[in-house]
Ligand binder design. Structure first.
Ligand SMILES: Nc1nc2c(ncn2[C@@H]2O[C@H](COP(=O)(O)OP(=O)(O)OP(=O)(O)O)[C@@H](O)[C@H]2O)c(=O)[nH]1
Ligand SMILES: [Mg+2]
Length: 313
């Protein structure tokens, strides 16, 4: 557990080291994570999602400065789909974020998600835990592009920010991804462009169609101009209000329980998968079962149960 103690003291190098080990699937990293986990649960996790180019990174960058003025410590995880098309944008992000690199209260990491086959990777949740254990008060998780990762981040975030921009027809794209229902805060970024008020009106109409119970959060709408630093304080206030609401309504506990449940089921699935596959790969058990399947002597469901009974002990 030599990394854990350093990480708890906020050691950035130890944290970076552990994160690398996790990405490399090093066995020692699992042990470290087990002890890290016991020191988590205080950070407020904020998902920042939206279609490509809506201004997520610019917004995150300005949010960092705004939170820092309030003396809050920040972790940032930028999830990179490793698409060749975003290379330029990421380079831009790095240059932009460099100004925070000397600030001990800020820790920024980007994560590649290629090869994880969609969904929130184990690396992402591990990284959230590490930053949490480091004592970061707010953890911002930026997801690029539209897809499963964006929807999944809303399952682990305490607060979900969904960013839209005027005149892009984003609203409709978002609806499809199931993001609209997950948003706690809608940001209309690039409010300097035409159509911001129209979009705000459309969102208000949409939210007005639903009735909210007293202990239910009605999503807030914030207009921002990230490039000009406008509306960022309001956005920070919206995040803090939502956090207050979650705590006072008891919803934070419910959300966290959901998150833990998701993590647990994922852990069960992956442990079972690793455990079983390792064993069936060793003998000719699998080959015989495949023969039976090809010859229609059995069916995949029964064969799966047979495998679990044989090796799942
Ligand atoms: N006009 C205007 N442009 C903005 C605003 N905010 C960001 N931009 C510009 O929009 C472009 C994309 O900004 P990014 O912050 O890289 O957007 P992103 O959502 O992180 O992009 P990806 O990570 O590639 O999905 C940049 O050229 C920004 O300068 C704004 O408020 N108004
Ligand atoms: Mg970005």
């Amino acid at each position: 557990m030599k990394l854990t103690n350093k990480i708890l003291e906020g050691d950035v190098r130890a944290a970076a080291r552990l994160m690398r080990d996790i990405e490399d699937n090093a066995p020692a990293a699992i042990k470290e994570l087990e002890s890290i986990y016991l020191h988590t649960g205080t950070a407020h996790v904020v998902g920042v999602t939206g279609a490509q180019g809506v201004g997520k990174s610019t917004l995150v960058d300005t949010l960092i400065s705004t939170f820092r003025k309030e003396n809050m410590t920040i972790g940032v995880i930028a999830i990179d789909p490793t698409s060749p098309f975003t290379g330029g944008a990421l380079l831009g992000d790095r240059i932009r974020m460099q100004k925070h690199s000397l600030d001990k209260g800020v820790f920024i990491r980007s994560l590649a998600t290629r090869g994880w086959g969609g969904g929130l990777s184990k690396a992402t949740t591990s990284m959230i835990h590490i930053m949490d254990a480091m004592g970061k008060g707010i953890i911002l998780v930026e997801t690029v592009g539209a897809g499963q990762t964006e929807v999944d981040i809303t399952k682990v975030a305490d607060t979900s920010i969904v960013i839209l921009t005027p005149g892009m027809g984003d609203e409709i794209q978002m609806m499809k991804a199931g993001l609209m229902e997950a948003a706690d805060i809608f940001v209309i970024n690039k409010a300097d462009k035409e159509g911001a008020d129209k979009l705000r009106h459309e969102l208000e109409v949409m939210l007005g169609m639903k009735s909210y119970l007293p202990n239910e959060w009605k999503p807030s709408i914030v207009l921002t101009e990230a490039v000009h630093g406008k509306g960022i304080e309001e956005l920070m206030e919206a995040v803090l209000s939502h956090r207050e609401f979650l705590i006072s309504s008891g919803n934070l506990e419910k959300r966290r329980r959901q998150r833990v449940k998701l993590e647990l089921t994922e852990a069960v699935e992956s442990s079972l998968r690793n455990h079983i596959y390792q064993q069936i790969d060793e003998g000719d058990y699998l080959e015989r079962l495949l023969d039976d399947l090809v010859q229609r002597k059995t069916n995949p469901h029964s064969a799966a149960l047979q495998i679990i009974n044989q090796f799942g002990k």
